[in-house]
Design a protein around this ligand. Structure first.
Ligand SMILES: *Cc1c(COP(=O)(O)O)cnc(C)c1O
Length: 376
């Protein structure tokens, strides 16, 4: 059996090696390393794939969130509602900009922000909501957009884990996640569903004036060369990464279906097991399985993790400490806040390997070992 990894970017690369290598060499020969044609081509292909007017590439997914909040004109003291159960990047940038993160609960089924919890957290200072499409499952965007409209709030979708995911509205219309809110953001970190061979990120919007602001802020607040209208930052996707991403984008749908096949395999193996809850699949969207995350009930999680590791099976806890318990947020006086759903999930989740290169033998082995431990 091939060794099991959480992600296998090498085997994935080997399948498209000829295309990737020649695209990289082309950039090297062109020497247009920064904002070259490859970057513009990739932004255009991604816009057309997502069916969005503007894609603004940047250096990483964290910058994308930060620049989005800056472009919306959020001011120190403004409150931003966000889940506690997410990767730190989502919430850290809120605090970095001296905005106030307001952590709310997620729905224990979807792992995504709970619209009812958003409504309860709104105050006169609330300016924005940042839903996260965690693990590749879309947050309930229709309800979130309705709340935002009612209270005149901005929505920034953190789409770092769900690029390519389709969302279906109750009228039957479809949109890609990341194109529903005022701004969507994503990351091209190598292990993400659309991963570069280094860092990268992007922002999406249909709003022309927001697009111009995002672009300007990502480029030192520059309106024309050496004229700087606003304080911005320096956040660029380099041409080599863009050239690679443009090739991988052609495979994104096939990557998503490979991930779903892995999930289907696990789902079948763990069906009707009272101690393991397999990932919920919301009716309003497909699931692109950035992670395959189980909820354990009455299982010693550390014991299972160690047993798997002893059998050469990696697993991960995403994430062991939720935002409202992170030391960096103590100053926001959130440490005492009761978040029973988030705490409950944090203690029970475990993510199994899921990537585009897994085979049936590996999946059978992993499922058998998980069940062996659980029934011990
Ligand atoms: C990866 C990730 C980010 C940050 O992306 P980077 O490119 O690592 O800066 C933000 N939010 C979520 C949910 C992520 O998974």
């Amino acid at each position: 059996m091939r060794p099991i990894q959480m992600v296998d970017t090498r085997s994935q690369y080997h399948k498209i090696k000829a295309d990737v290598d020649s695209a990289v060499l082309d950039v090297m020969e062109s020497t247009a390393f920064i904002n070259g044609k490859a970057v513009q081509d990739f932004a255009a292909s991604l816009s057309s794939y997502l069916n969005i007017k503007h894609t603004i590439p940047c250096a990483n997914g964290t910058d994308a969130l930060q620049i989005a909040m800056m472009a919306l004109g959020l001011q120190p003291g403004d409150e931003v509602i966000t889940p506690s159960f997410t990767y730190i990047a989502t919430t850290e940038v809120i605090a970095l900009l001296k905005l106030t993160p307001v952590f709310v609960e997620v729905d224990a089924k979807t792992f995504c922000i709970d619209p009812a919890a958003i409504e309860k957290a709104i105050t006169p200072k609330t300016k924005a909501i940042v839903p996260v499409h965690l693990y590749g499952q879309a947050a309930p965007m229709e309800a979130i957009m309705a709340i935002a409209k009612k209270h005149n709030l901005f929505v920034i979708e953190d789409n770092a884990q769900a690029i390519g995911c389709d969302y279906t509205f109750s009228d039957g219309s479809k949109k890609k996640t990341g194109t529903i809110g005022h701004i969507g953001t994503t990351s091209f970190y190598p292990s993400k569903n659309l991963g570069a061979f280094g860092d990268g990120g992007a922002m999406f919007t249909n709003d022309d004036s927001l697009a111009a602001k995002l672009k300007m802020i990502a480029n030192h607040g520059q309106s024309k060369q050496y004229y700087h209208d606003v304080v911005g930052c320096n956040s660029r996707l380099d041409s080599i990464q863009a050239a690679i991403l443009n090739i991988k984008l052609k495979h994104l749908d096939e990557y998503a279906s490979a991930r779903r096949k892995v999930a289907d395999h696990y789902d079948r193996a763990f069906a009707n097991n009272s101690k393991i809850k397999t990932p919920y699949r919301a009716g309003y969207s497909d699931h692109v399985f950035h992670q395959y995350t189980l909820i354990l009930d009455g299982v010693d999680r550390d014991g299972l993790k160690k047993f798997l590791a002893d059998n050469q099976i990696p697993s991960m806890i995403y994430y062991p400490v939720p935002g409202h318990k992170q030391k960096m947020f103590e100053q926001f006086n959130v440490a005492s806040k009761q978040m029973p759903v988030t705490d409950w999930l944090t203690e029970r989740v475990i993510s199994l390997p899921v990537h585009t290169e897994m085979d049936g033998e590996q999946l059978d082995y992993i499922s058998t070992k998980v069940l062996e431990y659980i029934h011990k």
